[in-house]
Design a protein around this ligand. Sequence first.
Ligand code: HEC
Length: 188
Amino acid sequence: MIRSICLCLLLGLAAPAALGQPHDIDAGTFQCIRDMTPVRGFYVDNLNGEAALEGTLEVARSESGGVYPPGSVVQLVPTEVMVKRESGFNAATKDWEFFELDVSPDGSSIRARGTTDVVNRFGGNCLDCHAKARPEWDLICEQTHGCDPIPLTPVMVRAIQKTDPRCEPVELTEEEAQMLKALGSFGS
Ligand code: HEC
């Protein structure tokens, strides 16, 4: 017991947050998707603060790709998240941790998290798809990086982002409302 406490203290001292260690990541880490910073169709953030977010944005906005810095958070839809962990976290996922969330007006809960074995609610393995992104894109797919496409159009994605139940409600366009109806996301 005492030994493990000492080990924690030592590790804590050896790895200050300033060196890019994301804080403990739990359900409370994930909030309204639209409070993150939009880049083209997706959203980014960095768990290590404003200065670190600059590094994330630089890679996200680059036309030639790059390696996302630790603490980077990337989301396209409210329920699926990629977080760039500390260097050495997992070679197969290029240090990304994948999350599958449940979201409600009360917040987020984590259905699954991890590296090579996380599947989404449709049974798809995150890494299987994202690994197809060409190497310069650091597992980020978008529409043109070499991944197999997902059956969501940009309008559907926008509508799903706008109806994140953790956010303040916003108006949908007629087209977005139609798309959501077609997707069957709502009982209406
Ligand atoms: C069937 C393949 C497939 C599976 C399975 C899949 N994704 Fe994706 N994901 C994609 C594609 C393709 C995009 C880009 C879609 C677009 O921009 O239109 C994407 C986009 C994303 C993005 C936005 C950044 C990017 O890569 O463009 C994140 C974050 C993400 N997915 C996380 C996950 C997580 C977490 C899981 C597992 C819980 C997962 N995905 C499962 C194919 C997949």
